[in-house]
Write a protein that binds this ligand. Structure first.
Ligand code: UDP
Ligand code: MG
Length: 240
């Protein structure tokens, strides 16, 4: 690949075999329409279906696609982290591999970036089951109350970051649910933009209330602690 791309799209993948080809097609046509150089980084988080073969097939045909393959399933935050460390662009776009995020929203998110450091997608019309949608509304409201935030939809993976903020993040398992707070803790400006949300057509959702509720709550307490203890000092004078 010649030169450093301007846009890097980071996509965690865990058993998404049927989504990968149509997603890539859709995404590439949006990226090409932007007339900026780009790269796509798929991070295969230990898939046990045909995702690894399909990703390699895509990479062989498209040199602007990179594939990072984990030894086993390490979780979505780890996948984002590996993607962030691989990304070379000035702007980092994140999204899910399951086609629930719409690549068609990317141009508007990019336009909204301006003086902000993170633009978060807000799925105000969720296309998930009633239980998933309701649990996410409750989770967001508990998260906002305890961490004194006002983010409607922290779980939407469709986000656009300025590179410097991605590089500043020190991530721990589960922290992908707190990107807006982490960016603000680094002094970044965050905005939310309403985006499309589509039903999952292929494959199955990887999270349910049982495997999320306790862990997310513990993670929330950790983030509240970090937020409260953030170093925030101003130097009055420094003499040599
Ligand atoms: N994913 C992953 N590792 C995991 C679980 C999920 O990389 O351990 C990926 C998954 O393939 C998808 C995204 O993270 O691209 C979000 O997962 P999913 O759509 O199941 O969750 P939702 O956000 O819709 O609840
Ligand atoms: Mg999904």
């Amino acid at each position: 690949m010649n030169g450093i791309p301007y846009l890097s799209v980071v996509i965690p993948v865990f058993n998404e075999e049927e989504n990968l080809l149509p997603l890539t097609q859709e995404l590439v046509s949006v990226l090409d329409s932007l007339e900026k150089s780009w790269e796509i980084i798929f991070v295969d988080d230990g898939s046990t279906d045909k995702s690894p073969e399909i990703l390699n097939g895509i990479r062989e045909k498209m040199p602007r696609v990179q594939v990072v393959t984990f030894k086993k399933n390490f979780g979505q935050t780890a996948a984002f982290d590996a993607g962030f460390k691989t990304a070379r662009g000035d702007i980092i776009i994140t999204m899910d591999a399951d086609m629930q995020n719409d690549p068609g929203d990317i141009p508007e998110l990019l336009e909204s970036l301006g003086s902000y450091d993170l633009v978060c997608g807000w799925r105000n019309k969720r296309n998930d089951t009633f239980i998933r949608t309701l649990s996410s509304i409750i989770a967001n409201s508990i998260r906002n109350t305890l961490s004194r935030e006002d983010i409607h939809d922290v779980g939407c993976s469709l986000k656009v970051f300025k590179k410097e903020y991605v590089k500043k993040l020190k991530l721990y398992n589960g922290m992908h649910r707190f990107f807006p707070t982490l960016v603000k803790m680094e002094g970044g400006r965050v905005i939310e933009i309403i985006v499309n949300h589509r039903p999952r057509k292929y494959g199955t959702a990887k999270y349910n209330i049982r495997n999320r509720i306790i862990r997310s709550f513990v993670d929330l307490l950790a983030v509240c602690w970090m937020k409260k203890r953030t170093l925030n000092y101003e130097i009055k004078d420094k003499k040599k």
